[in-house]
Design a protein. Structure first.
Length: 94
């Protein structure tokens, strides 16, 4: 099952970073862009864990994180974006 919520505010800017190695092998880091909306995707069973995917309005994924279960994923989304249970809706697959 997938849940979607519009990000209204970013409470923890700079919390996540991207990292890559440049052509010289040096590690380059940058702050992950702020998302416009987030999707929580649950595994078949809650024990399989959940993913939070962060997207820009143009559909570009700007990051993702794994969480132990739905409660942990929603707690993280509340910490990062102030999202509550009332902010989430079920995302229907196309």
């Amino acid at each position: 099952m997938k849940y979607i919520a519009k990000v209204k505010q970013v409470l923890a800017p700079g919390l996540h970073a991207w990292a890559r190695r440049d052509s010289a092998g040096q590690l380059q880091q940058s702050v992950m862009p702020s998302p416009d909306y987030v999707v929580i995707e649950a595994g078949e069973q809650d024990s399989a864990g959940c993913m939070i995917y962060r997207f820009r309005d143009d559909g570009t994924c700007v990051g993702d994180t794994w969480h132990e279960n739905m409660a942990a994923a929603k707690h993280q989304a509340q910490y990062e974006y102030g999202l509550t249970d009332n902010d989430w809706s079920i995302q229907k697959d196309a």
